[in-house]
Ligand binder design. Structure first.
Ligand code: DO4
Ligand code: MG
Length: 287
């Protein structure tokens, strides 16, 4: 089966294959001009980017042995939290104090935190990590927004905001340690381009496999998100510049029950309708 089967045939998607960027448009692959990188593309205004991406180009063959990489270069990954009722319920159950979570769910200002750099981020098929000093770990399947340097939404991908519930639950001030470590995030398999994809009412599905059996599965839809994407982008873009844009995870609407924790060798599969399938095996950092 082709590695491109994880990207839908319909629509327009940018895919990073080895070090080049390709467009998959209605099932046909073409290669963007030599040397085009995510940093270059995300410095362009959206209309110029669209012209470049949609230029007539000959179809390209899938390079032999190519692998799909995470759609990121020098962009920081940020994340919004407590944007779905389910996330609020899970945090208030695990936390020493429910109050900060209750307040942020309805506050004007959203929760937005730093999540990862490209070096901490993994692509499709690569191992993602849980911490050596955590006892309760979950994947968080999230719609990820890709923005350019002008805060215009260029497209959408899938993000996994892997999180330690034991560390965050002990004290909310430990959030950066619960969220940020090597291999704490995966992205991919493709960027569904904004002019061709509506993020509204998209189904998000999570499946966790252990020893060839499904040990957890659930689904939600982006229509259950309490915040709008323009609102989250506007808050993140306040008083700071992103020279090559950024990637913003929009929060999880799926949290497994309290007796579930990820284990080494589990496999996490996230599907978002119109974007594709992101699958990663789990590893635990050595203590
Ligand atoms: O409040 C802590 C993190 C919440 C989060 O990551 C989410 O809701 O997705
Ligand atoms: Mg999250």
């Amino acid at each position: 089966m082709s590695i491109l089967s994880v990207v839908p045939s319909a629509g327009q998607h940018l895919i990073r294959l080895d070090d080049a960027i390709y467009l998959k448009r209605d099932g046909v692959l073409s290669r963007l001009p030599d040397g085009a990188t995510f940093d270059d593309l995300l410095k362009l205004p959206l209309d110029e980017l669209r012209r470049l991406v949609e230029q007539d180009r000959p179809p390209a063959a899938l390079p032999a042995g190519a692998v799909i990489e995470a759609p990121i270069q020098s962009q920081e990954v940020w994340a919004a939290g407590v944007t779905y009722q389910r996330s609020l319920e899970a945090r208030t159950d695990e936390a020493v104090s429910a109050d900060p979570y209750d307040r942020v769910y309805t506050a004007r200002r959203p929760e937005i935190f730093f999540k990862a750099t490209a070096g901490r981020t993994r692509g499709p098929g690569q191992a993602v990590f849980i911490r050596s000093d955590s006892t309760w770990d979950v994947p968080e399947p999230e719609l990820a927004v890709v923005c350019n340097s002008r805060l215009e939404v260029v497209g959408y991908t899938i993000g996994n905001d892997i999180s330690s519930r034991s560390i965050e639950g002990e004290n909310p001030l430990y959030l950066p340690q619960a969220k940020v470590f090597d291999g704490c995030c995966s992205l991919g398999p493709a960027v569904a381009l904004a002019w061709d994809f509506s993020p509204l009412d998209r189904k998000i599905e999570l499946e966790i496999h252990r020893d060839a059996a499904v040990v957890y599965e659930s689904a939600t839809t982006t229509s259950a998100m309490r915040r709008s994407i323009p609102e989250l982008v506007e808050y993140l873009g306040r008083d700071q510049r992103f020279e090559s844009g950024f990637i913003l995870l929009t929060g999880t609407g799926i949290v497994p029950p309290a007796d579930f924790s990820l284990r080494e060798l589990d496999e996490v599969t996230i599907r978002i309708d119109g974007i594709g399938v992101l699958k990663n095996p789990i590893r635990r950092h050595a203590s």
